[in-house]
Design a protein around this ligand. Structure first.
Ligand code: HEC
Ligand code: HEC
Length: 451
């Protein structure tokens, strides 16, 4: 097996050396350590070609895509990585730019101490300020703003969001937390091309445009990436003894839009299968009696809980209202349905309650929105999909992201509100009154961190 893959890599290297000179390359299959093991990326191109425009400063502020999508941080950025950059540069690294790195574009960045305040959301939770205004045709208006940084208005709300990983993209059913880069009827390729241009004009403050070649190269690069956890501190290698963790198996994973959809949009007509995760089936009945075998058994138990633990889903806009069922007896996989990947297999923005006023922390702005026809008001830290569709019913809706490579990229959720996987489970436990036992929690964590 090992030989086949190294041959594949060597062949691919020859195939892709059409560039005249050999530039810097990040060796393929390189492991990057993280808190609980290491993650690895696989690319059929054999090596990560750092001459790709993904790595180049193409705008006016020194930023490139890897400024916020770093290979050693799960293709996003983590607070630890950002703090290191701050300390190494006194807060002058290109990620520290006021347009969207700071709490407000007007924040004082004249001294190191001022920069520490201005970039507090990046430093604490790895959050970028996404600025989106209320669309003119919206069913709602902004009745009040409580922005601790005195900037947000209906022309531009400040939404503090985690960069999504720029890897495993071929599994996407929708691009961005709010799906705003998924045009109706457009292909994933077209969406990612538009995304790459928007990212360069926005984050990197490019006044002009990129060439088609640059855009094609960026998208070819990111679409070639497959990333997963490959070793775990407790279980060792995640792709042995029948375990199917790691990026090579993920690279072979089948996917099409609707491949496993609880709302009946599978194009083959196949029924929804709540057992969406099967990576660690073989670890269910391990014979070994050493510490590693015990840990592998915990991963298998966690996977079974993910597939089968009953959750009474209530009050989720996009599900309970659509299905007209006040309580849906479900599992984690009702929403994390793509086999062995865990995002929604169709575009399905959902409001699971993370943006509710009751969960607001003092560092987040709070917006009061008023329905133009009913006068009803609602408070939210991020209107999500509603700022794209203008629909009242879309307030607070976000996509369910891909769940691979999680260990490399805490904190979790769009707003980084869960510092650890344990905090993620606590959210679900309180939100849906699940009543996890301590054992169930630790098994689920063992599973999630092995993805
Ligand atoms: C300043 C930080 C920053 C830079 C620079 C940046 N991004 Fe991002 N990226 C983000 C954030 C934040 C999001 C999520 C925003 C949202 O959904 O509202 C994101 C989302 C994405 C996504 C969506 C993934 C998904 O699951 O939907 C892709 C793809 C992506 N970026 C690619 C790129 C590319 C290509 C570049 C360079 C042209 C780039 N990014 C530059 C911060 C950045
Ligand atoms: C009702 C639908 C639903 C259910 C049930 C559900 N999730 Fe989620 N999950 C989501 C959505 C939507 C998000 C993204 C929310 C956000 O960040 O705004 C998410 C995000 C996550 C994330 C964070 C990923 C990241 O990159 O930040 C993890 C981890 C996760 N879910 C695990 C679970 C586990 C474990 C369960 C079962 C205990 C579960 N989910 C049940 C819909 C659901």
């Amino acid at each position: 097996m090992k030989n086949v893959f190294s041959m594949l890599c060597i062949t691919a290297l020859f195939v892709t050396t059409h560039h005249a000179s050999a530039g810097p390359r990040i060796a393929d299959l390189k492991d990057y350590p993280n808190a609980t093991g290491s993650a690895r990326s696989f690319s059929p191109n054999g090596a990560l070609d750092t001459r790709n425009p993904f790595f180049q400063s193409l705008g006016s502020n020194g930023r490139s895509c890897i400024t916020c999508h770093a290979p050693d941080q799960g293709w996003t950025v983590t607070p630890a990585g950002i703090q290191q950059r701050f300390d190494a540069t006194g807060g002058l690294d290109p990620i520290f730019r006021p347009n969207d790195g700071a709490v407000s574009p007007h924040a004082d960045i004249s001294t190191v101490d001022a920069r520490r305040q201005a970039f507090a959301m990046l430093l604490s939770k790895g959050l970028i300020r996404v600025g989106i205004g209320i669309p003119t045709n919206a069913e709602f208006e902004l009745a009040a703003v409580d922005d601790p940084y005195n900037f947000a208005s209906s022309a531009e709300l400040s939404l503090f969001r985690r960069p999504l990983p720029s890897s495993n993209l071929r599994f996407l059913s929708t691009v961005m937390w709010d799906g705003r880069e998924s045009g109706p009827g457009a292909t994933l390729q077209e969406n990612l091309i538009r995304q790459a241009l928007d990212a360069t004009q926005g984050h990197a403050q490019l006044a002009g445009v990129l060439t088609q070649q640059q855009l094609d190269d960026i998208v070819a690069f990111e679409m070639g990436l497959t990333t997963a956890q490959v070793t775990d501190a407790n279980c060792g290698k995640l792709d042995t003894e029948g375990g199917n963790g790691g990026p090579l198996r993920l690279f072979q994973q089948d996917f099409f839009i609707g491949i496993n959809d609880p709302l009946g949009q599978n194009p083959t007509g196949a029924a929804f299968n709540p057992v969406s995760m099967t990576l660690f089936d073989a670890w269910d009945n391990l014979q070994g009696n050493n510490a590693q075998s015990h840990e592998r058994a915990a991963v298998a138990r966690g996977q079974r809980l993910f597939n089968t633990k009953v959750i009474n889903v209530t009050g989720v806009a996009g599900l309970n209202d659509v299905l007209n069922q006040p309580v849906i007896q479900a599992n984690c996989t009702l929403c994390h349905d793509t086999p062995n990947v865990g995002n929604h297999s169709v575009g399905a923005p959902l409001n699971i309650g993370l943006t509710d006023a009751s969960r607001r922390t003092p560092d987040m702005p709070l917006y009061t929105l008023r329905n133009k026809s009913t006068g009803e008001t609602v408070q939210t830290t991020d209107p999500g999909r509603a700022l794209i569709s203008g629909k009242w019913s879309d307030i607070g809706k976000m996509k369910g992201p891909i769940l691979r490579g999680l260990a490399a990229r805490a904190p979790y959720f769009h707003n980084g509100s869960a510092a650890t996987l344990s905090d993620v489970l606590d959210f679900y436990d309180t939100r849906f009154n699940i009543g996890f036992t301590a054992q169930e929690k630790s098994d689920l964590i063992a599973f999630l961190r092995s993805l």
